[in-house]
Design a protein around this ligand. Structure first.
Ligand SMILES: [Zn+2]
Length: 371
């Protein structure tokens, strides 16, 4: 059933479903894939067999939607009118606000009359970001990245895009029913616990079914790639890395044998191993920065990006890399190892404090980041 690769995880030996098809990966849990117009070219969605409480008829609870594109809508129609037609779609749960996860939440809920559920934190940011006018979105983002020294050519690319969130997201649903950390959902006669995690987003929902020992991990735990942990213009002042690591340590209390259903790549066993790898990845990135600060007296975030992301980056990836770098810098500020200078007429710069431990050993990053 499982295949071993050299990263210490046991992957399910099942081919991913073709577009418009589904494949059962655990009792009553079906895997669906949607294409993404990104370097990471797909997202995994999950269809859970459920029952209408009123008349006992067979229904689907859907986890996540894919990006808000015409192609994704076509694939949903093919799926729901074809291989998934034996059940009525009744409920949609979105793990978090990112476009690949809830870009079609409004369309799906309206077209199929679904009940829509999300955490309050994710709902608030999705609804708010979608409504920000182009000039405000582009302007706030531009001023934020200018403060951190990101070059003008990168910022010009993004300024011209306006509200980049709305590019991948249709009109959000008119309302929602909240899911909460520690809450329980009954789906298909089984209990699912809601475990919310910060860091990747503010209030990302993971779902765990003790009876099946299955975790729908969203982007919180991915195999082979590390989800982006970043500071953005609309949450400047936060330090998301400790929130992310805290979420990982709470998920590590689940059984080691849990089947993990991630939003990208292949389902796998090896939750504890993967959590340890992700934690180590961030510890290594902090060490990379400490080493960088041993060599210079002060750095802007734009200089620190080159330490964490030494490869050439296009304007799109530069923005994500900058957000991720700022998150790691801000964590070192919280730890008292960096001091932040915020002049009104120049980029913010960071410099090491005497508390920063010396670091000589060099480790290369083994992880690709999922932006
Ligand atoms: Zn995400």
């Amino acid at each position: 059933m499982n295949t071993h690769r050299d990263d210490g995880l046991d992957y399910l030996d099942i081919d991913p479903p073709q577009a418009g098809d589904l494949v059962e990966v655990a009792p009553g849990i079906h895997w669906v894939r949607m294409p993404l117009p990104l370097a990471l070219d797909h997202i995994n969605l999950w269809l859970l067999e459920d029952t209408d409480p009123a008349d006992g008829s067979p229904t689907w609870t859907i986890i996540d939607t894919g990006m808000g594109t015409r192609l994704t809508k076509e694939i949903w129609r093919t799926l729901l009118e074809g291989p998934a037609a034996g059940r009525r779609p009744a409920q949609l749960i979105a793990t978090h606000y990112h476009p690949d996860h809830c870009g079609l939440a409004g369309w799906l809920t309206q077209t199929y009359g679904l009940k829509f559920r999300m955490t309050e934190g994710e709902w608030m940011i999705a609804s708010l970001l979608w409504r920000v006018p182009d000039e405000d979105y582009a302007g706030s983002q531009d001023r934020f990245f200018a403060r951190y020294g990101i070059p003008d050519e990168v910022r010009t690319f993004h300024r011209e895009k306006g509200n980049e969130y709305r590019n991948g997201v249709g009109h959000p649903p008119e309302g929602f029913e909240p899911v909460r950390n520690g809450g329980t959902l009954r789906i298909g006669g089984r209990e699912w616990s809601v475990i919310t995690c910060g860091g990747h987003t503010t209030d990302h929902a993971c779902l765990y079914c003790p009876e099946l020992d299955v975790l729908i991990s969203g982007d919180q735990v991915l195999p082979q790639i590390s989800p982006i942990i970043s500071v953005w213009w609309y949450k400047e002042g936060l330090s998301p890395l400790p929130d992310y690591l805290d979420g990982l340590s709470r998920l590590r209390t689940l059984p080691a044998g849990t089947l993990v259903l991630p939003s990208h790549r292949q389902p796998f066993h090896g939750l504890h191993t993967r959590i340890d790898q992700l934690s180590q990845h961030h510890a290594d990135r902090l060490d990379d920065l400490r080493r960088g600060f041993a060599a210079v007296s002060a750095m802007a975030a734009s200089d620190a990006v080159k330490i964490l992301f030494p490869r050439p980056l296009d304007a799109m990836n530069m923005l994500f890399a900058a957000g991720e770098t700022i998150a790691h810098l801000e964590h070192l500020v919280r730890l008292g190892e960096l001091e932040k200078d915020t002049p009104s007429n120049a980029a913010i710069s960071y410099k090491a404090t005497p508390s920063m431990p010396p670091h000589e050993d060099i480790k290369d990053s083994a992880e690709d980041i999922h932006f």
